[in-house]
Design a protein around this ligand. Structure first.
Ligand SMILES: N[C@@H](CCC(=O)N[C@@H](CS)C(=O)NCC(=O)O)C(=O)O
Length: 154
């Protein structure tokens, strides 16, 4: 697929797509981040939302960086941002309780997506009108694991 990330396993297999890799690593670590009850579907949906935010944000990045200037579309870029803004609004309201609950892979996926928004699209202001989400992320990003894996800004 010519995409990152990919994980080369000890047995020679290569796994790709973040969600596949996360599920694999979680199983190796004792199945802690996806519950086995009904909550599981919320965790997976939240994880998909983080992934969706990242996909849309990446498309905006590519449009600005890779497409020749005269061929770029503001409408198309704005449509991608609308997806992100809609997801952030849903996270701020309907998902706030889940985000504040026990740690799961959905929370990690969302936090990674918000971190990417800060690095690449900080001026668009995803925090505006999303106080609960903003406060949650401010605490989450201070976790040692988040600090240890923070990508350098460039
Ligand atoms: N949903 C996929 C997205 C993977 C993805 O788009 N990765 C980007 C880098 S962050 C990539 O490899 N882009 C190269 C390309 O699209 O040509 C995942 O989470 O693994």
């Amino acid at each position: 697929m010519a995409k990152l990330p990919a994980l080369e396993c000890d047995d020679g297999r290569t796994l790709y797509d973040s969600r596949v890799i996360c599920a694999y690593l979680d199983e190796k670590a004792g199945n802690k981040l996806y519950s086995s009850d009904a909550q599981r579907w919320d965790t997976l949906t939240l994880e998909a939302m983080g992934d969706g935010i990242l996909d849309a944000a990446l498309l905006i990045t590519y449009e600005a960086r890779l497409r020749p200037e005269g061929k770029r579309s503001d409408d198309w870029t704005n449509a991608q941002w609308c997806r992100i803004a809609g997801a952030c609004a849903a996270l701020d309201t309907r998902w706030a309780e889940h985000l504040m609950g026990p740690m799961d892979m959905g929370q990690i996926g969302v936090a990674c997506a918000l971190g990417y928004l800060d690095i690449r699209h900080g001026t668009r202001g995803w925090r505006q009108g999303n106080d609960a989400l903003s406060n949650w992320y401010a605490t989450f990003k201070e976790r040692p694991s988040m600090k240890a894996t923070e990508p350098p800004a460039n």
